[in-house]
Design a protein around this ligand. Sequence first.
Ligand code: ZN
Length: 419
Amino acid sequence: MGNGQLDAMKPAVYLIDVTNRDGVQTSRILLPKLSKTMLNTYLDEMGIYQSEVGFPTLRHEVNYINANLQLAKIGAIKRLHLEGWCRAIPEDIELTFKNCPDIKHLNVSVSTSDVMLRGKFQGRKTWKDILHSLVGSVKLAKQLGAETLGVNAEDASRTDLDRLIEFIHAGRESGADRFRYCDTLGADDPITIYDRIKTLALATNFPIEMHCHNDLGMGEAVSVTGAQAAIESGADAYINTTINGYGERAGNCDLVSTILALKFSHGLKDRIPLDDHVDLQRAWKVAKYASYAFNLPIPINQPGVGSNAFAHESGIHADGALKDRRNYELYDPEDVGRGEPELLETGRIITTGEYGGIKGFRHVYDSLGIHFTDDNQARKVLELVQYANLHTQKPLTDDELRLTATYPDIVRQVLTVAL
Ligand SMILES: [Zn+2]
């Protein structure tokens, strides 16, 4: 087009990371609230559009969510939308705004497929009941202050398209801003999802979120082809991701792989524009931190961030890579923020944490360039550091220590749960 204004209006793909909701609800993997908070700050630095922060109706999430909303209010989280997830029933909407009055972004979810309607509601809810509850929920959320709201069709990939179109119209007419297509079982493939999303986008011209699971090993493939169908039909597209693909069963669509696919794959790189705030060079930092915080290793062959992603040994490959890296590498380590050596202290080390005292605490913070002149303030932050470490049960990272010293009152709220 060549015209800047027209270019700015072209549809683009925006990323909504759901690690702090779908990732943490997963069986047998856990994330402390302080780590969820760190992930929100890293996602913000990475230029991700939105983070699904968790469940505002769940009591142990409430302080953490309100504290993160406060971080956004004071500008510590700059652009990232902090969005809550709840069921599409008016009771959940009421409780959400009672618990978190400042929340501005929501996604509300309900099952739409016949198999789930029969299997979950056992005949207690008809399709008309579902739509009625959806409309009531969206209207109430907008009345109570939601600025953006997505309507999620759980099990959309096993739902008739006519029914999904009806769902989208009902959502839009009651004030929703986006539709989330959930491939809840990971059953779609790139060709079927392309066709289905194209039909929905052409019939409704409504922004579509792709929420895809990896049960067939195609989580990213179906997400990007679904987004492509939306964009090619003139609609904005959003892709739900999780860091390192952590999520239910075989996981969700992986954040870094999705960005790599949009930036480097033959079919997408020049045709499907990605939100230009996204900074792929933050990938290494966010993936490494999530791995540390979840206590889960990054697979050796993980795209971009696995330890073998830029390793070459076999004769022909090593020779080719040494002559010209482009022989065997699609992108560079620096593209994903790698390349700097990581130094590991092998001599004397002073740490601070759960059982630390004031001298060690001051030493650690001095080395971070943070100096406490007020003794009372130092003792207050030391106590918070003790509790933060009690909470995470692993050595606090430099960024966790910085966050604790910079926003002590907010971190205190993150660490506090009430029964
Ligand atoms: Zn999911």
